[in-house]
Design a protein around this ligand. Structure first.
Ligand SMILES: C[S@@+](CC[C@H](N)C(=O)[O-])C[C@H]1O[C@@H](n2cnc3c(N)ncnc32)[C@H](O)[C@@H]1O
Length: 341
């Protein structure tokens, strides 16, 4: 038997619901483990709650790597009714795991929740974990998904309509890489659409840990484009991404954000999805996975599922895909996960 101690910071606001998050995330991850695990459950031991599971055999190095990626994991033990044996988690993080915790701003998606979104996508997919996997956040904000994706060793790409936000995300990462002494090269580019329909700015950083990694091309890509996601198919090739992950606009104006340019389109998730989902789908490779969170107060799950199905996606359903939770008075958040047919 194994016991996982969950991160104490995981469940401040939606404490009760987050118990199900950890059960569901591990249950989805179980489908990708080499050892069969079962009887996943929460159990109180000496006043502390643990996530317990049984495994047919000892966990492999590959399984430990996968468990180390879980959004909530704090410590892992081999567990018998009489003793706990600590198991070292895999050294994890292409860049320091704290990268996405540093920036604080209104409208930021919680970084642990963001890791959960990424993991639902990755663990629901059939892609080999050893391939170079590409992740797009088409509504990237100041880049939490991109930073978390980079930590998980994916090539990450983002599109965000707010120009200032994009330069802030880019400048933040550049400074971070300089301070942490990563090798990196920067490419900046202005892009114009056909017939000058739109303009966008591409900020690309190729990152490697050492000089040797540069030579052997063991690099990661970070890219963020300031532009409208509606034109995503003029910014990226078709069938390019394994995953699309993002936190949709909540359909409310954040009280401290005074951005006159923020149109109804950028705030209303339904309008945004109806316009953009067909475009985003083209960018996903076959069997690619999309995972989005949204506010059910402005768009019901039923309506959202219909939009996805009408656009040629199979929506994941079943007890492991229940993540609805109350964030505050104006936001009741849920997660949708779907596979491109
Ligand atoms: C909930 S926020 C995402 C926050 C992000 N996960 C973070 O932690 O910084 C949704 C974002 O979608 C952006 N957005 C809305 N409509 C867009 C569009 N058409 N194209 C690109 N970005 C858009 C908004 O400007 C906003 O930053």
């Amino acid at each position: 038997m194994y016991a996982i101690l969950c991160h104490p910071g995981h469940n401040r606001v939606y404490f009760e619901e987050s118990k199900n998050f950890v059960l569901n995330e591990l249950s989805i991850a179980a489908g990708r483990m080499s050892v069969k695990i079962q009887n996943i459950r929460l159990q109180n031991i000496a006043g502390i709650q643990y996530l317990i599971f049984e495994a047919d055999e000892d966990l492999t190095a590959q399984d430990l790597k996968l468990l180390s990626q879980l959004s909530f994991i704090f410590a892992l033990f081999k567990y018998d009714t009489h003793f706990f044996i600590p198991i070292e988690l895999s050294a994890f993080g292409y860049v320091d795991q704290n990268i996405s915790k540093i920036l604080k701003y209104t409208g930021k998606t919680n970084e642990i929740f963001t890791r959960l979104l990424i993991n639902i996508a990755v663990f629901s997919s059939d892609f080999s974990m050893t391939d170079t996997l590409k992740l797009l956040d088409p509504i990237a904000g100041k880049g939490t998904t991109l930073f978390e994706g980079l930590v998980c060793n994916y090539d990450v790409y983002g599109i965000e309509i707010g120009e200032k936000v994009v330069t802030e995300a880019y400048n933040f990462l550049k400074k971070f890489l300089e301070k942490e002494k990563y090798k990196h090269t920067v490419k900046l580019e202005k892009i114009s659409g056909k017939n000058r329909l739109f303009t966008a700015h591409r900020y690309n950083i190729t990152i490697s840990k050492t000089k040797d990694a540069v030579k052997s091309k063991e690099c990661r890509e970070f890219e963020i484009i300031s532009g409208n996601s509606f034109y995503a198919n003029q910014l990226y090739k078709k069938n390019y991404f394994n995953f699309i992950v993002g936190d949709l606009p909540y359909g409310i104006q954040h009280s401290s954000v005074t951005n006159e340019k923020q149109s109804q389109f950028t705030r209303n998730p339904k309008e945004l999805l109806i316009s953009c989902l067909p475009v985003w789908k083209d960018l996903l490779i076959k069997n690619g996975i999309i995972v989005l969170s949204w506010n059910t107060f402005v768009l019901s799950r039923k309506e959202l599922v219909k939009i996805f199905e009408d656009n040629g996606f199979d929506v994941f359903s079943g007890e492991n895909y229940v993540f609805e939770h109350r964030v505050d008075q104006a936001i009741n958040r849920d997660i949708i996960a779907a596979k491109k047919k």
